[in-house]
Design a protein around this ligand. Sequence first.
Ligand code: C2E
Ligand code: CA
Ligand code: CA
Ligand code: CA
Length: 279
Amino acid sequence: RKISNRKTTSVYKADMHTYLKESMLSEMNLRKGLDLNEFELHYQPQVNCRTGEVVGFEALLRWRHPERGLIFPADFIDLAESTGLITPIGEWVIKESTMQINRWKKIGIDNVSISINLSPRHFLHHTLPFYLDKCITEAGIKAEKVVLEITENVALEDQQAVTSRINLLKDMGYAISIDDFGKGYSAFIYLQHFPVREIKIDREFISELGNNSKSTGIVQTIIHLAEMLGLRTIGEGVETKEQWDILKQLGCSDLQGYYFSRPLEVDVINKLFEEYGRG
Ligand code: C2E
Ligand code: CA
Ligand code: CA
Ligand code: CA
């Protein structure tokens, strides 16, 4: 028993050791990736539900790793959050996406907003409001072009801190959007306390539209609730014409999803705009 115990301990230690080594390595790599400018943003169009015209883009983070190729957020966001690197990474995202609005403005792609994903930690960070204003000033754009997406997880933080942060950012002209609405348990607390401009209806409800009458009822209820509260709605993860038709009928404001476009690199978007015009 003693022997087997010792064995377990040493196996555990070895695992722990590799685990720590690997996670430290990745943290170092993540920081290096940031310093070496290996991150990039892809942009997914958001369209008006009635007309289908592009009204904005969501900036989605990618890590172009020299050896491992393109890495998606699912593989590094958690690490970035647990190590605190999410704040400098988020600052890079803000800087890059505000500059992108400026570049698009210069080539005639105007009247589009950019939605930025912010982790709860960064959202509450004391420098965020100053940093945002510094970036929009440098880029020569208005705050109203910038939408800040936060998830329901933010409701796990100090509610008063979140409320006053939302109010401050709102007064500064930024729009706040609740991402993945309906996925967590705190959805309604949000609506009661937080003065947000829009909610993004989680893909899980949208993907069942048409297959499952319950989900149609749920989406309908969310849209009605939003209307009553004067909020905009974005349907996320729209993949079929049928889902678009249903959402149009239900009166959703805007849509996003593979049916319209995957997240695209800037060059691709610029070519599309050149080909199909800017209207
Ligand atoms: P999210 O904010 O909910 O972003 C939408 C995700 O759904 C994106 O995945 C997008 O590519 C994907 N998507 C869009 N349309 C469809 C569709 O029609 N069908 C399906 N199956 N998927 C669709 P992505 O880019 O891999 O991002 C995953 C998550 O990573 C994001 O979820 C967001 O929570 C996080 N994330 C992305 N960029 C950032 C960032 O700059 N900062 C932070 N803190 N988080 C980010
Ligand atoms: Ca999002
Ligand atoms: Ca989402
Ligand atoms: Ca999500």
